[in-house]
Design a protein around this ligand. Structure first.
Ligand SMILES: Cc1cc2nc3c(=O)[nH]c(=O)nc-3n(C[C@H](O)[C@H](O)[C@H](O)COP(=O)(O)OP(=O)(O)OC[C@H]3O[C@@H](n4cnc5c(N)ncnc54)[C@H](O)[C@@H]3O)c2cc1C
Length: 444
């Protein structure tokens, strides 16, 4: 099977690369062994943890982090990659918002985390004043969002010093089915009930609206009009359902990502995959790439668990296989390695130096990853593989947790890897006289 570009990894980085390439008219394949970090993520895109405008803070940050992946993308292209992500998500009915500064996203334990882009349905504090009263509600028996804990933490935040934070529990007899096995009482299980077509799903939504009205009537603040619910109302796009519920309750309703699985992240994964396929891309799931064939410093093909004789060939490849979490990097007694290409990996020789002593210390292993050149080409034996580009959390020299840059790096480097591939393809086309791809014609 032959493609223009093959991307290994179907998370945020692989999808952002794939969207740019497929939109430019390339025959693009994404091979993903399984779920990505998006299934566990808030669905918000962290660019850089700072109080103000992250784009204003980035130059000073990069001056002190000269080998950071953002350095290889540049501010203009970082902005362009995020704008593209917003556009693709909007196309799939998943609007993302940002303001001139980072906004604060509510976490399930009631902390507020600075982030750049969030789905419009997410509970966030932005530039507008915090509501005077808000109600954090959950479904009775649901364990992955505890309003009392969240409210206690939220009340400590200066932005909410003047706000009253109420908590409440919604009782829906329709959910009694989960009493038999509380392990099945997860956000995805509940969402499936709301997603049922016809009368059953509609009756559940009406019952939820009635319960919200009861909670408000019986609360200390019946005039409260701001509600936060755990994200469990739909596996798919939740916008229309939230709008209907807002109409039935006359309240503003926002969702908080629950403990994993996180439906907000899963919706984003799904929206981006749908968009990629709508643009003509091929997405193969359960396809673990095990190895590659090389001709000198050029990758000629990759093969999966189906055998080395079934080679997937392409002009270019993107390695977007994630970090330790997704097994894009592997840690063994002998050290850290990248399992597909045996790429050069930044690590430390002494295992004792990999982690700090305490949980909130600096942990060097967070910055471990695959080394690349200035064009994001993966290094092997000290030399760049000429047609293999690295993107996302497989890369070295950044710490997504300490910097608050997780998805930002994935989006920007995925987009930038695709840009390099398109530039190279355009040069090839001009030499052979082949017509240039639509998006490159636009850029020219
Ligand atoms: C639990 C968790 C929560 C997070 N929450 C946030 C958040 O809220 N906001 C934020 O900005 N960042 C968050 N992050 C940071 C996250 O790393 C980035 O947001 C980003 O999603 C990383 O994307 P990625 O595509 O590089 O890697 P991943 O999402 O890890 O995707 C890697 C992909 O590669 C595939 N893969 C791996 N090996 C192979 C192979 N051999 N063959 C084929 N496919 C393979 C995997 O199946 C997966 O599809 C979170 C990270 C984690 C771990």
């Amino acid at each position: 099977m032959r493609f223009d570009t093959i991307i290994i990894g179907g998370g945020m980085a692989g999808l952002c690369a794939g969207l740019r390439l497929a939109e430019a008219g390339q025959k693009t394949l994404i091979m993903a062994s399984g779920q990505s970090a998006l299934h566990f993520s808030s669905g918000s895109v962290d660019l850089l943890d700072c109080q103000g405008d992250p784009f204003a803070a980035l130059p000073a940050f990069l001056a002190t982090h000269p080998r950071h992946p953002y350095q290889k993308v540049g501010l203009t292209h970082i902005a362009a990659s995020l704008a593209d992500l917003q556009r693709h998500c909007a196309e799939q009915g998943l609007p993302l918002f940002h303001e001139s500064h980072n906004h604060l996203r509510l976490t399930p334990i009631g902390t507020l985390k600075p982030t750049w882009l969030s789905p419009s349905s997410s509970a966030c504090l932005g530039e507008a004043p915090a509501p005077a009263t808000m109600l954090l509600a959950t479904l009775a028996g649901f364990r992955d969002f505890q309003p009392a804990l969240a409210a206690a933490n939220l009340a400590q935040h200066p932005r909410l010093a003047q706000s009253r934070i109420l908590t409440g529990e919604i009782n829906l007899p329709q959910l009694a089915t989960f009493n038999r096995n509380p392990h099945e009482f997860r956000s995805a299980d509940i969402a499936r009930l709301f997603d049922k077509q016809g009368q059953e799903g509609q009756a559940l939504l009406s019952a939820l609206a009635e319960e919200i009205r009861r909670l408000l009537r019986e609360s200390d603040a019946p005039d409260c009009r701001h509600l936060v619910l755990p994200a469990c109302l739909s596996l798919g796009l939740v916008g229309p359902r939230l709008a209907e519920l807002e109409q039935l309750t006359q309240c503003t309703l926002r969702e908080v990502a629950t403990m994993p699985p996180s439906l907000i992240g899963m919706r984003m994964q799904d929206a981006l995959r749908r968009r990629f396929q709508a643009l003509g891309g091929t997405f193969l799931i359960s396809e673990r790439v095990l190895g590659a064939t090389l001709d000198g410093n050029r990758v000629t093909g990759v093969y999966s668990q189906n055998g080395a004789d079934q080679l997937f060939e392409a002009d270019d490849f993107v390695l977007a296989s994630g970090s330790f979490f997704s097994r894009g990097l592997v840690s063994r007694l002998g050290g850290i390695s990248e399992p597909i290409f045996d790429a050069d990996v930044l690590s430390l020789a002494e295992r004792d130096d990999w982690a700090g002593r305490h949980l909130f210390d600096h942990h060097p292993f967070m910055g471990f990853g695959v080394k690349t050149d200035e064009q994001l080409r993966v290094l092997r034996g000290g030399k760049a593989l000429t047609n293999l580009y690295g993107a996302g959390s497989v890369l070295a020299h950044y710490d997504p947790v300490a910097e608050g840059s997780g998805s930002g790096v994935a989006v920007a480097t995925g987009w930038q890897a695709a840009s390099h591939i398109l530039t190279k393809a355009a040069a090839r086309d001009s030499m052979t006289g082949a017509p240039s791809t639509p998006s490159l014609a636009r850029e020219a």
